[in-house]
Every structure is written in C-alpha cells, then in structure tokens.
Design a binder for this molecule. Sequence first.
Ligand SMILES: Cc1cc2nc3c(=O)[nH]c(=O)nc-3n(C[C@H](O)[C@H](O)[C@H](O)COP(=O)(O)O)c2cc1C
Length: 204
Amino acid sequence: MPLSLVDGRESGRNILGIVGSPRRNGNTDILVNKILEGARSASAVTDIIHLDEMEIMQCDGCHRCWGEGNCRWKDDMLSIYEKIAGCDVLVLGTPIYWFGPSAMMKACLDRFVYFNSPHARPMVKGKVVILAIPFEDTELGTADPLVAMFERSIEYLEMELFAMLLVPGVTRRGEVKERQEQMDLAFEVGRAAVSDPRRSDRLS
Ligand SMILES: Cc1cc2nc3c(=O)[nH]c(=O)nc-3n(C[C@H](O)[C@H](O)[C@H](O)COP(=O)(O)O)c2cc1C
C-alpha cells in the first residue's frame, strides 16, 4: 500500500521551533516541543532554538542589512537567520508578557528588519508560521494585541500563518501538560503543517 504521509526526508520538509520563554520546561517550551513532535511523526526534520541561550543585540535601525546585505551585529542572530532561511515551517513560541511577547522574542523579531530587505525577503516569503502562545488570563481576548502584532508582521513579511495555538489559563511551569486537548492539538498542528501546509486554521 502506498504511503499517504509526506516524508520530510524525501520532501525536504523541516521545521524550526523558537522558544521565547526563559522558563525551561515551561509552557511555551512544552508547546513548541509538542508541535515539533507532531512534525517528527510525519517524518519532518526538527530543530529548536531557546532564545535565552542566544546573544541577540537590539536592532538600532542602521539598515546596513539593506545596503551591504548583512547585519552589523555579529551575534547569534546570524545563525538564527540561516536556520530560519533554511526551514520550511517556523514555530514562534512566546508567553504573553504584559499583553505582548517576551522581551527576548521581541528582540528577535525586531531583527527581522533583515528579512524586510529586498535581497533577504525571498528567504521568508511564503514560509509557513505557527504561533504558540500560553498565558495566565482565562480571557482569550487578552491575547488580542499580541495576535494582532504577529498577524500584521507575518502578513507584512509575506509569510503564511498556518495555525495559532492560544492557551489561556496556564500559569505554573509546565501546567500546559495538564491540558490534554491543547497538547493533542499542538501535536496535530505540527503534523499537519509538514503534511498539508495549505490547510490553515486558527486554533485555540
Ligand atoms: C513578566 C511577566 C508578564 C506577564 N504578563 C502576562 C499578561 O499580561 N497576561 C497574562 O495573561 N499572563 C501574563 N503572564 C503570565 C505568563 O504568560 C504565563 O505564566 C505563561 O504560562 C508563562 O509561560 P512559560 O511557562 O513558557 O514561561 C506574565 C508573566 C510574566 C513573568
């Protein structure tokens, strides 16, 4: 019987997770890992970056990346650019901090100015993005400002938002593991993103 699953090694599908929480084994870390696990179940190749291990200077808008084609800062963002350019699916995970992303995720996103330059835009154009966002409040609307920021930035960069995992009501480290439905959804989103990236849902 022919295999109906997409084989990542054959199709070249690979998925990169970026964890923007300083809390190891915290809710963001667990969600991103579960998405990657789902992708691996469809034979994708996975990679993960924990931003708390990275040195990321803040973008100061010098726009050297537009002129000379590379960033003035010789920090860990250079390898992150390469990994983002090389992946098919990008998972961005951040807890909600004050109705926005964590500072480390924001620092990383600010450096996406590089991807806005004419020569680097093709590196992200059309790339599939998954968002994983845990937060303490039980009101889904608490995520609205962060969701709007991500949606507009992703659209601006001509990337494709595949799914958004919003998980309200989680506070303790690893509490998200107790949400079986959300964990199953994270797995399914990862599997589907590498199997059928045209299917796009807002999931929460
Ligand atoms: C600095 C800080 C700011 C936070 N701000 C919010 C907030 O505005 N709204 C909210 O619902 N939760 C907020 N939280 C709670 C976290 O989003 C929540 O605990 C989340 O599950 C943490 O994810 P993590 O385990 O991946 O770090 C905040 C937590 C911290 C430490």
